[in-house]
Design a protein around this ligand. Sequence first.
Ligand code: FES
Ligand SMILES: [Fe+2]
Length: 430
Amino acid sequence: MTEQLLGEPAAGRRTKILSHLDGRTPGRSLPGALYTDPDVFTSEVELLWRRRWLFVGTVAEVPEPGDYVTFDVAGSSVLVIRDDDEQVRAFHNVCRHRGSRLVTSGNGSVGNLVCGYHSWTYATDGSLRYAPQLSPEIDTTCLGLRPVALREVGGLLFCSLAAEPDGDIDLVADQISGYLTPHRLDRAKVAAQVDLVEEANWKLVMENNRECYHCEGGHPELTCTFFPTWGLREDQVPDRLRPDHDRYLLAEADLMRRCDELGIPHRLIEDLVDRPLGFRIQREPLDGVGESFSADGARLVGRLLGDLDDPQLGRCTFHSQPNAWVHLLADHVVTFAVTPISPDRTLVRSTWLVHEDAVEGVDYDLETLTAVWRATNEQDATFVRNTQLGVSDPAYVPGPYNDAERNVDDFVRWYESQIRSEAQEKGGAR
Ligand code: FES
Ligand SMILES: [Fe+2]
């Protein structure tokens, strides 16, 4: 955090976001300005996005030494690279000479990192190897790429732009690693990656993902296997969905038994409100055959992940705030990384992972593998675009959440408490 950001303008913005939060009614959607005001967005970048642990991608995206991906968030670009010692590291994607972006493509593979401007050359561990005609008295050991904190958790990669990142990632890792490791992301490969820019505030994108109140009518492809009563408590299930819910309960009991036999964790851990890295993880059944996101629930990839030999493991779903949700199935994994672009534009990056030895056209068909979530993402993009238009309308008044939206309420409460605690720490809070 630079000193300038702590000056008067930043304090003024913090006062503004806090006053919008003061105006919120608990149990209702947020006031419109929190989704539209550019000053709110700037404060969120300062107080959340530059301080929290952010989901970047997976180890499968950088399988070999020299492989890299970049992760751009709110003006910062992070370079994630596997070095020659097999370690995955992250650096600011900024040349130590005069600041050129070092890597300009989203991903690739390099021997060394060579800046396109004056050819300063960095090793894959970030050290400066070569700087043409640089005076010998300049200490090049101090001119390595600036590191960014990076943690791997069961193959998921998280970075933090904070100078002193909080230690919450280690506490979360202890709780979730066991759910992730059976899927062996370190032995997976990227089958497809799709970037979708949604015309909505990042919070609307996350909120939309936290409920399935809209699934029954809105996601015909997804509800083939995603039970329509997801998120409903027993007493909230409407009569017309009772047969679906009864099927869910039977499938759940079967999945629990199956997981217990295999020693695979499945119980719900939900810690969405009170910790910096709010998260939820649970293994849940899929409808139909119970194997994958297909029309009848049958597997989409012939070769299962890692050493799994039971295809009927439902979906292990991990969600973390502010920016991720992940579905881990026996045959493939889909990850979603959310990054804000502006108050009303958000990038959603979807990545499909399959076993590293699975062969396209033999073990899976790419079109079929990605069909459900490509359709679902487009439908969600429409929902959140329409919501952005509505919350920007002067006529918008925040409405009440119902019980199926309790994770949305959790997200909003997390957002408020994180903003308040960070604003307080930096002064200007009330
Ligand atoms: S800015 Fe990178 S070598 Fe000059
Ligand atoms: Fe949706």
